[in-house]
Every structure is written in structure tokens, then in C-alpha cells.
Ligand binder design. Structure first.
Ligand code: IPE
Ligand code: IPE
Ligand code: MG
Length: 232
């Protein structure tokens, strides 16, 4: 009998390998990002079908601003155009989309679409997708602490800090973190939340990622014994 599959409540993904996917084909890096968007769409649909409640996708890091300006601009325009095109689909499929990360450096037209999509999909519940844009785990923690200071707080607790992070407090920490593209590092993603997250690294480049790959990761996750520091 096939081993039982446990569906994680919250899956986080570092969508890496777009540039290499394109370079391998003799294409400019941006073509990899275009294909990467399709992989993100496939993954959202697959996650929804599998009954995953929360999906957090790393789209652009606080460090990605240091890439060539043409690539950065392309990514921001790609995000804007994707949101513009897909808003009706999100509503139709009952997909809630919100964003984590800084909002003060994103081009105005892209930010406008981010906020519009957030507002309009607010009542969708089949799956909640958090897209990390201009997101860094360290930056998020520093912003949270500064929010607490602004409110007059003088002492931090884990609970208080958690309430000021970007992902709303009702969302459980990720059960499973997948990184595509072969690198085995976190690259400043979700630092606070991944204390006991199960990590899964795959060499598959993000534009090639599909439902079967997601299932493979979930099968692997299902075999893990989670102990949270205790004795099983
Ligand atoms: C991930 O793919 C997408 C972003 C960081 C925006 P990369 O662009 O990092 O692809 P590689 O790692 O260079 O192949
Ligand atoms: C992490 O990938 C960021 C995203 C996938 C958005 P990077 O390609 O930026 O990470 P490094 O530079 O390989 O660590
Ligand atoms: Mg990369």
C-alpha cells in the first residue's frame, strides 16, 4: 500500500531558477521569468486542488534590487501585468491573494495593482496566497519592531512580535518550505516563521515545476517525523 499522504496546511516556496532555465535555452533571463509566472499559476491551482490552505511564494527579495535595472523593471512590469490579467481568474477560482514585504519602493503602478488585487480578493477563501515582493526576513522583523515602538511598546514578546509581522497572525507557520533551482539556502525568506518548518530542496528549475513535483515534495514531507524539540 502506498504510504499515506499528509497535506501540509501552509506551504512556502522559493521560486528559484528562472534565469538558468532561460540561459540553458540560449534565451535572455527575462524569458525565464515569463515562464516562471506560468509555473506559479500551475502551482497555485495544484495547491488549491490538494487542499493546501496557505501558499507563500517568494517573488522578489530585498536583495533582488541589486540586479541589473532592466531585469528589475521587467519583473515589476511582469507582476503588474500578471495581476491585471489574472484578477478575474482569482475571483472566479476563489483565490485570495495578498502581499508581504515592503511597499515603499515598489513602482506606483505595480503597487496599485497589488493593492487592488488584495482588496478585491479579500473574501476569497479556497486558498490564501501570500506573494513576497520586496520581501526580506530581516527587514520584516525590523519593521515589526519599529511598529511596536511606534505604538509605545517597550518590551517585546514572541507573541507581540508575531502580531506585527506581515503574514497575519491567524496563519500557521509553514509546514513545508520548498526551494527549486538546486541551491540549498534560505536567502532571507520567512526567517521568523521557519523555526520548525520541514525543508525540501529540488534541482528542478522553477519554470519546469509542476503538480507532480509538488506532490513529490508533499510525499517526502509526509514521511518526516516532526518533533518540535520534544521526544516523540
Ligand atoms: C528566481 O529566479 C526569480 C527571482 C529571483 C525574481 P532567478 O532569477 O534567481 O534564477 P537564477 O537563480 O538566476 O537561475
Ligand atoms: C531568492 O532567489 C529570491 C527569490 C526566489 C525571489 P535568489 O536567486 O535571489 O537567491 P540567491 O541570490 O541565489 O541566494
Ligand atoms: Mg536565483
Amino acid at each position: 500500500m502506498a504510504p499515506k499522504i499528509k497535506i501540509p496546511t501552509h506551504v512556502a516556496i522559493i521560486m528559484d531558477g528562472n534565469g538558468r532555465w532561460a540561459t540553458n535555452r540560449g534565451l535572455p533571463r527575462i524569458e525565464g521569468h515569463v515562464e516562471g509566472v506560468k509555473a506559479a499559476e500551475r502551482t497555485i491551482d495544484a495547491a488549491k486542488e490538494l487542499g493546501i490552505k496557505y501558499l507563500t511564494l517568494y517573488a522578489f527579495s530585498t536583495e533582488n534590487w541589486y540586479r541589473p535595472p532592466e531585469e528589475v523593471n521587467f519583473l515589476m512590469e511582469l507582476l503588474r501585468d500578471y495581476l491585471k490579467e489574472k484578477l478575474p481568474t482569482f475571483l472566479e477560482k476563489d483565490i485570495r491573494v495578498s502581499f508581504i514585504g515592503r511597499r515603499d519602493r515598489i513602482p506606483k503602478d505595480t503597487l496599485e495593482w497589488m493593492e487592488k488585487v488584495e482588496k478585491e480578493t479579500k473574501r476569497c477563501r479556497s486558498i490564501e496566497v501570500f506573494v513576497a515582493v520586496d520581501y526580506g526576513g530581516r527587514d520584516e522583523i525590523v519593521r515589526a519592531v519599529n511598529k511596536i515602538i511606534k505604538e509605545g511598546g517597550r518590551e517585546i514578546t514572541e507573541n507581540l512580535l508575531r502580531q506585527h509581522l506581515d503574514i497575519p497572525p491567524y496563519v500557521e507557520d509553514p509546514d513545508l518550505l520548498i526551494r527549486t533551482g538546486g541551491e540549498k539556502r534560505i536567502s532571507n525568506f520567512l526567517l521568523w516563521y521557519i523555526s520548525y518548518t520541514e525543508l525540501y530542496f529540488t534541482p528542478v528549475l522553477w519554470p519546469d515545476f509542476n503538480k507532480e513535483h509538488l506532490l513529490e515534495a508533499i510525499k517526502d514531507y509526509s514521511q518526516r517525523v516532526r518533533k518540535f524539540g520534544r521526544v516523540k
